[in-house]
Design a protein around this ligand. Structure first.
Ligand code: ZN
Length: 433
């Protein structure tokens, strides 16, 4: 007897779950793939077991719409966990983000209360982004699959988890990944117990529109501020590369506002302005100045009044946030992230010198302190953005075509090597020979 419509649906659901189980069978996240990969993999495995228990047994009535709806929901859940597994696959098969992001995760873990945040990375065809809704969706799907709201793993998901996306086409562009600090910043803004009362509105603004806009802008700008706290000037340089002529939108303020506030953070950290910048990094202040001048020529547009208003209030709020950060005793922050001192230990100048000689910038040297992720990335930008240095670096490659592209690739390989060596040495505490 041919299967009826309900039986056919049940069979399809079984096929999909089998396919999901098969995909899981080919993956075995190991310690080196990071805590987040193993955490997600285990959640996925438990969810599949839960979904399998929900498949109805035996022949079903042909027109049983209740069963049909339940099976359709089950298939949708299976699709979600396929999607989730693709994150794990990217972490297991693509080592670049792990090497790059483990230090960021450590710093983020220090800044967030309870030291419990996991950051997860996903490849997308588009841009760097923070997937704000993902933890909520994951929790809903886990409750469906496991039918147990009191499960500690399910309860912890929204607080534990942040999902960041990396553009697939840029997966090897370590320099550009400095932008990840902005996305980590979004997760920090969400999780830190910072008071974020609504900003006051200027006169003659429609309250609903302006409040929504300002609240979105505020999140973006605080994420930018965090990015400069974590990695110094590097995220600003990424932003200039990613969106050089951006205007304000409903989600993002215009670059002029973003650059100005990031510049303010760099001044507060002692990198720009009255303080003396670290040796050989003066190039950046000129670079930031010219970018600001270019951005200034773009019009803030219809929201000009709002822009001026937001600028004043956000400067104040960012100052409060930076004071808040400085009150923490952040061990990993001091070791991994940026402060005006970290570019001197060893100096970015020394790191750049090594890059220019095609040596990974943290060449083993027992006498010197391990460079931070921030130093390595800023040394990369210092090489790439200084015309004289970049010319010197490119000149080493006798390539007739695509000199620029191949040189950038080589620079990224050197930086990645440095980050990997640093991570391994910090993890194991032993020098590599
Ligand atoms: Zn953002």
């Amino acid at each position: 007897m041919p299967p009826n419509a309900t039986d056919e649906l049940v069979q399809q659901a079984r096929f999909r779950l089998t396919a999901l189980r098969d995909t899981m069978g080919t993956l075995q996240p190991a310690t080196r793939h990071g805590l987040s990969a193993r955490f997600l993999f285990n959640l996925c495995r438990r969810a599949v077991e839960g979904l399998e228990r929900q498949i109805p047994e035996g022949p079903q009535a042909a027109e049983d719409t209740v069963v049909q709806d339940a099976v359709k929901a089950l298939m949708a859940s299976t699709g979600f966990f396929h999607f989730l597994l693709s994150f794990v696959t990217s972490a297991v098969n693509e080592r670049v983000p792990e090497a790059m992001t483990v230090p960021l995760e450590k710093v983020a873990g220090q800044v967030v209360e309870h030291n419990r945040m996991l950051v997860y990375y996903d490849w997308t065809p588009s841009n760097y982004s923070f997937r704000r809704d993902f933890p909520r969706r994951l929790k809903e799907q886990l409750v469906e699959a496991l039918d147990d709201e009191d499960d500690p793993a399910i309860k912890a998901v929204p607080q534990l988890f942040a999902v960041l996306s990396i553009p697939a086409a840029e997966r090897n562009n370590v320099l550009l990944h400095s932008a990840l600090a902005h996305e980590v910043g979004h997760a920090l803004v969400e999780q830190l117990p910072l008071p974020l009362p609504p900003l006051e509105l200027p006169p003659n603004q429609k309250p609903v529109d302006a409040t929504t806009l300002l609240s979105k802008w505020q999140h973006e700008l605080l994420a930018d501020a965090w990015a400069t706290v974590l990695l110094g000037p590097a995220p600003l340089l990424s932003l200039m590369e990613l969106s050089p002529h951006d205007h304000a939108s409903n989600d993002h303020p215009c670059n002029f506002l973003r650059f100005t506030l990031m510049r303010h953070c760099l001044e507060k950290s002692g990198f720009l302005g009255a303080g003396k910048p670290p040796v050989d990094m003066e190039w950046l202040s000129g670079h930031v100045e010219s970018a600001l001048t270019r951005a200034q020529t773009s019009q803030p547009g219809a929201n000009e009044a709002l822009f001026v208003w937001a600028h004043k209030q956000l400067l104040q709020r960012i100052s409060e946030m930076l004071d808040h950060v400085s009150k923490h005793d952040l061990v990993a922050y001091k070791r991994e992230a940026w402060d005006s001192e970290c570019l001197k230990r060893p100096s970015v100048h020394a790191l750049v010198w090594r890059i220019l000689h095609c040596t990974p910038p943290d060449r083993i040297d027992h006498k010197q302190e391990q460079p931070s992720l921030a130093s390595i990335l800023n040394a990369g930008w210092a090489t790439h953005k200084s015309p004289a240095r970049w010319q010197k670096f490119c000149a080493q490659f006798c390539l007739k075509q695509d000199v620029e592209y191949n040189s950038l690739l080589r620079l990224n390989q050197l930086l990645l090597k440095a980050i990997e060596i640093t991570s391994i040495r910090l993890e194991w505490g032993v020098p590599l020979q």
